[in-house]
Design a binder for this molecule. Structure first.
Ligand code: HEM
Length: 132
């Protein structure tokens, strides 16, 4: 989210936006747009794998940023920690898979939504057991 600070506002694509207006990029809608992704609402574990074709037009990696994949932002202020972050997530998932049994839920619980951000609801329960 950004707030227009220029005293006279800014003009984007011919539209004048006055000072003080908060602007937000509709990230979720862009990620759920079928002109960007095939079957965008379907969980596809290999969607971002290099050989997979469900990203239209171009292959994306989890750390590549572009105007249709905004998990780490886009442009000069995109996240510099994304390489570290994605490695850490892989290490965490590998550790969990090696050491725990996790029972997945029959139905995904409703997301907890704050503006364009979505997270798992804080009263979600999972069954997880450390392997002996
Ligand atoms: C999964 C983990 C992470 C996600 C999803 C994430 C996501 C983001 C997003 C969306 C932005 C905003 C880009 C923008 O303003 O357009 C950002 C910025 C930033 N992130 Fe991350 N981030 C993650 C991990 C990290 C880590 C581990 C670090 C540092 C070790 C980090 C450091 C930063 C910094 C310094 C910025 C500001 C960049 C700038 O304004 O030039 N992030 N991140």
């Amino acid at each position: 989210m950004m707030k227009v600070s220029a005293p006279n506002g800014i003009t984007m694509s011919g539209i004048r936006i006055p000072q003080g207006v908060h602007m937000e990029v509709p990230v979720h809608s862009i990620h759920m747009d079928s002109s960007n992704y095939t079957n965008p609402t379907t969980f596809s574990p290999f969607r971002f794998a290099a050989s997979h074709s469900s990203c239209l037009n171009h292959h994306k990696s989890v750390v590549a940023t572009d105007d249709a994949f905004l998990g780490f932002g886009y442009g000069k202020n995109s996240c510099p920690g994304r390489f570290f972050g994605s490695h850490l997530m892989k290490v965490m998932f590998a550790y969990i898979l090696q050491h725990y049994d996790v029972k997945h839920m029959p139905k995904r619980p409703k997301d907890f939504i704050i503006m364009e951000f979505r997270a798992v609801s804080d009263n979600t329960q999972i069954r997880i057991r450390r392997r002996k």
